[in-house]
Design a protein around this ligand. Structure first.
Ligand code: ATP
Ligand code: MG
Length: 313
């Protein structure tokens, strides 16, 4: 299994369009794909794929990441019904859920806050996991970076994007050292959201992007087809398989798959802190609730219900 994060702290650069396009193209090429909507805005789930968010109270991504629920990631995933998947492949989605916006604060309570997502997905049974990250260098993005084998960085050919890319590289290096993980591979920059023909200004920025020592992958030019397909909740590669954007997503999918075949080895996720090393309030509550549902009834159950659900440590 290979994990690919689509990151850029700059907003509106095409992260979600790229996550959905690349994930769907991989599935259409026969790969088993899981797309994780890690951006609390939930655009991949609701705006691009036309799926509902996980209903309140049901096991969800924020519950799994904050250890309030312990199950397999497959239990959180829903199958996307409108992707032209080749036999053997699939496009599953871990949708957004209530509680995603609050999650950064809750993750902050863990002593080592970067590894939660890696722990949740380490035993997933897919060939590719694609993570759509929020437009921030925050704890959620750090969790994606801790888990990931490689990153795709959508960029616009302009000066602010080049500065954003420099900041992003600093953050990636900092995080690698902080959590002591292997270097993250830059699968590539994906230029997009520019008009054709390209202006002289954009052309100069594009040359600068080519000089940054990161592979520059096929471009995703602007096209209304991206919004038209999203409006119907259909990946653009299924909705308009012959448009230039779908062609680019398929090429990018092949590049990601090439990395998986050549290099992907399981990411070493550090073991959970042992009981005794660290008291984790979330574990305590989760264990208590498990014990309650298995054994208790009546007055004792009522007693457990009086316990605080969460508390800062
Ligand atoms: N190639 C494209 N052509 C036309 N519109 C596009 C293209 N790619 C993305 N868009 C549109 O641009 C907007 C921003 O794209 P997208 O949501 O993918 O960016 P993002 O980086 O994920 O944004 P955020 O930082 O808010 O998560 C969306 O309305 C999307 O439909
Ligand atoms: Mg987005």
């Amino acid at each position: 299994m290979q994990i690919t994060s689509v990151i850029n702290q700059k907003g509106g650069v095409g992260k979600t369009a790229l996550s959905v396009g690349a994930a769907a193209a991989l599935a259409e090429q026969g790969q088993r794909v899981l797309l994780i909507d890690l951006d609390p805005q939930g655009h991949a789930t609701t705006e691009f794929l036309g799926l509902p968010e996980t209903p309140p109270g049901q096991p969800s991504l924020p519950m799994a990441l904050s250890k309030m629920w312990k199950g397999s990631i497959e239990e959180l995933a829903v199958r996307h019904p409108r992707c032209n998947v080749r036999p053997g492949g699939c496009l599953d989605v871990v949708p957004t859920a209530p509680g995603m916006f609050d999650l950064v604060r809750r993750l902050d309570q863990f002593r080592v806050p970067g590894w939660q997502l890696a722990r949740v997905i380490q035993f997933a049974n897919y060939e590719h996991v694609i993570i759509d990250c929020p437009p921030a260098l925050d704890l959620l993005t750090n969790n994606a970076l801790a888990a990931t084998h490689g990153v795709l960085v959508p960029v616009q050919p302009d000066r602010t994007s080049i500065r954003a890319l420099r900041l992003l590289r600093e953050q990636v290096s900092y995080l690698e050292q902080l959590i002591g993980r292997d270097p993250i591979t830059y699968f590539g920059l994906v230029p997009g959201l520019y008009r054709r023909p390209m202006s002289t200004y954009a052309d100069a920025a594009m040359r600068e992007l080519h000089g940054m020592g990161i592979p520059v992958l096929p471009h995703i030019p602007m096209g209304v087809v991206i919004n038209e397909s999203a409006q119907r909740g259909i990946p653009v590669t299924t909705f308009a398989p012959h448009c230039v954007q779908s062609g680019a997503f398929h090429q990018i999918a092949q590049i990601i798959e090439g990395h998986r075949r050549r290099y992907a080895t399981p990411q070493a996720v550090p073991p959970e802190p042992q009981n005794g090393d660290e008291f984790v309030f979330e574990d305590f509550i989760s264990d208590i609730s498990g014990a309650r549902s298995r054994k208790d009834s009546g007055a004792r159950r009522g007693l457990y219900d009086l316990m605080p659900k969460r508390k800062s440590r």
